[in-house]
Design a protein around this ligand. Structure first.
Ligand SMILES: Cc1cc2nc3c(=O)[nH]c(=O)nc-3n(C[C@H](O)[C@H](O)[C@H](O)COP(=O)(O)OP(=O)(O)OC[C@H]3O[C@@H](n4cnc5c(N)ncnc54)[C@H](O)[C@@H]3O)c2cc1C
Length: 385
């Protein structure tokens, strides 16, 4: 029943976080740094505070220095961050999954060195899968790591890498053999020790945080920086996607929810034809549709999180949540702009920014089309990949 009711503890955690986000984060990200890059020290200061509320720290067990929250509670907290700022939700999401991967798969010496900085909010990780020619089909990864004694030598280019310019280390998916299923390996590259070049990418939205190209030229890394075993990256990435897709669904949900909140507020203030526009039936109908889709997105998202928490395979349910919530965000943000009329396309109102952010969400962590293929395969047993 967790997807319908919050426990008292969950409600307190969400309320405490929301008070902090409203007081200290909303205007920082939506006014002061609106569409402007947030410097690393400012982002780290915010991350340090968020980890105290259970963001990032929540996904790691107490035994390894985290708070060990369940996935649903962590997701509820993440939804609040995404509702406040989609930009901020990205480093939270990437650091959470970097920390999760390290805890589950890294050898002890890597966990000891890299987990504490993520859990305190001081450090940033990047997860490097995509490349200029490799997006939806991870199997085609070209970034090559070859063995030279007890080192990997890595060459290649990664693209669209969140946290890129903030990153202290990169968990890089590298090709280590031509085996179709066991040819990919996760290798940790420390930026200070081994160096990599980073160039930020300017986008339609989400420019307050870093999305970057990363260039790897003869980067030498000890073989002991291998995470999860040689040739295991495909299997481990697919397992991770099930969880991370639910978080991107919550990112879409957050954007949609904020667009609805902004539209409700505006519709009660703006007057046309002698009354507030909320009193016009077509506006009420649009708000009703938006609210229903926000709740449907939340139910799908929380259901997938509960299944993951219960250890039940949730590939199809995670795909449904990601697909529905992110496409709903696009529609709902556009409806919010429509309800704002001309004001909706100006920088004076948040809905303009939300509409641009919403367009991005159906792309990362498997596009809408890829989610549809996964759902189709689960329904029929026939793969269209
Ligand atoms: C803001 C942002 C942040 C990101 N962060 C990261 C990150 O941190 N790390 C990382 O590794 N990557 C990251 N990505 C990359 C993201 O995962 C890819 O953009 C995504 O997987 C899609 O790949 P692509 O852009 O190459 O599109 P393509 O794979 O080239 O797809 C282009 C179009 O073709 C469609 N398509 C592709 N294959 C099929 C098919 N078989 N059937 C039907 N349609 C198909 C797609 O749905 C899409 O509409 C990020 C992307 C963005 C936009």
């Amino acid at each position: 029943m967790g997807h319908v009711f919050r426990t008292e503890q969950q409600q307190m955690a969400v309320d405490g976080l929301k008070r902090f986000l409203d007081a200290e984060i909303d205007s920082l990200f939506n006014k002061e740094y609106r569409d402007r890059f947030v410097p690393r020290d400012v982002m780290a200061a915010v991350m340090r505070k968020l980890t105290e509320f259970g963001l990032v720290s929540g996904v790691v067990s107490e035994a390894n220095g985290g708070l060990g929250l369940d996935w649903l509670t962590t997701l509820m907290l993440f939804e609040e961050v995404a509702t406040t700022s989609s930009d901020l939700s990205v480093p939270v999401l990437i650091n959470s999954f970097g920390a999760h991967l390290l805890e589950k798969l890294a050898p002890p010496h890597l966990k000891e060195r890299y987990l504490p900085g993520l859990l305190s909010g001081d450090n940033f990780v990047s997860m490097g899968i995509s490349e200029p020619d490799v997006g939806s089909n991870v199997l085609e990864i070209k970034t090559r790591a070859h063995r030279d004694g007890d080192h990997w030598v890595i060459n290649g280019e990664k693209c669209w890498i969140s946290n890129g310019s903030y990153s202290d280390f990169l968990i890089c998916t590298c090709r280590t053999s031509h085996d179709p299923r066991r040819g990919l390996t996760h290798i940790l590259i420390d930026r200070k020790d081994h160096g990599y070049e980073v160039r930020d990418i300017h986008k339609i939205a989400l420019n307050s945080q870093s999305t970057a190209q990363i260039f790897l030229n003869d980067v030498r890394v000890p073989v002991t920086n291998t995470i999860g075993g040689e040739g295991e990256a495909l299997k481990n990435t697919l397992a991770l996607f099930e969880r991370s897709r639910v978080f991107v669904a919550a990112q879409g949900l957050g954007t949609a929810r904020r667009a609805l909140e902004e539209a409700v507020r505006y519709s009660k203030e703006r007057r046309q034809h002698g009354k507030v526009i909320a009193g016009h039936q077509l506006i009420a109908g649009m708000l009703a549709e938006m609210a229903t889709h926000v709740d449907a997105a939340r139910l799908l998202t929380y259901r997938a999180a509960e299944m993951i928490e219960a250890g039940v395979p949730a590939e199809m349910e995670a795909a449904m949540a990601k697909y529905f919530a992110c496409e709903a965000a696009v529609t709902i943000a556009r409806q919010a702009v429509q309800i704002h009329g001309g004001n909706g396309v100006t920088r004076e109102f948040l809905v303009e920014k939300l509409a641009r952010e919403a367009i991005v969400t159906p792309i990362p962590e498997g596009t809408t089309q890829i989610q549809q293929l996964i759902i189709g395969r689960a329904l029929t047993g026939v793969s269209a990949f």
